[in-house]
Write a new protein. Sequence first.
Length: 364
Amino acid sequence: MNPELPPNTMQPVLVPPEDADTLHPEAGDLFKDNPIDRRCLRELSGKSIINVADLSRSEIIELCKLAAVLEKIEIAPYHPLDGKVAVTAFFEASTRTRLSFESSMLRLDGKIISIADGKLTGVAKGESLYDIGEMFNAYCDLVIMRHTDTDAVDQLRQTLRVPLINAGNGSGEHPTQALADWYALLKWRPELSSTKPSKDNEKLELGILGTPGSMRAVKSFLLMSLYFSQHIKRVTVISEMADPFGADVIDHLKAAHIDYEVTNDIQEILPQLDIVYMNSIAFLGDSYKTLDTRYKLDSESALKESAVVLHPLARQDELDKSLDRTSHNLYFSQAHGAVFVRQALLMSVFNRLDRLPGQVPTIG
Ligand code: CP
């Protein structure tokens, strides 16, 4: 049942946002004639999302369909997350992830308490995540945490009893970034959501700059891409390292029966790529490592006319601003869409799908 609208509020209608940027693919095709499967999304109720493996392919697609709806309608009058409090606990710098989660919560009428800098918590006095987890149980209904340590998630979960969303843990994973990546790709090519394999000559060549073994956004993107292997011809990782994958990622690639290779020359491989996943920084040990500046793309690069470029941002010299106003730019769609796909995840984890307006087509 949908809640009653407060007096004097307009019925939401499916309209393009007034400030739609024509470079961004439209969200509509993902849910047109394709109702959202609420039963599938209810599986996420109360669930922690630590790794890509915590999401199924169907859940990813339904989340993206819901995000596409949320991108089109005015959801605020339905107060989907009223009464819910999330903490954004960031023990490592962030622009997009923390702010887009906070924007998502606030636009759904949830509330946020925020740790923008872990040094301002009891950690500065030697407090453990074990103890902080116990405090979070009392203060909020959901934790969204980023941390420099890969094992921080495990430390917190020793005592945490509310759901946890991993917003990036050291060199581990960043599953909601991968959701934002794939939301942008599914808007670009809605047919990628089909379980029917693409014809061989229509399968996509995917190029990924970076090291999945040590770069969490790259790793999560690659792991989520394996759910769409029926549409992917080959994955090429562009890296200075001889073995950038790490053993567990190789196992996943083999299991998905995807051809993969490694090259250290982006210019050589560029003309054949359909999707180029750029990246700039890896968090190694306790410091950032910047990639070699020879891995640079600009509007003069030999990209296929139809190719799209993704980048989780923040960027440095590897992604020139001259690409921003070209049709290759999918990275702003990635960043903008993150609000809606995170809203979809929050509504699912908080089990508030019953707050969707009646005009949104759903089943289950
Ligand atoms: N993409 C991403 O994780 O960006 P932030 O580091 O700004 O959160």
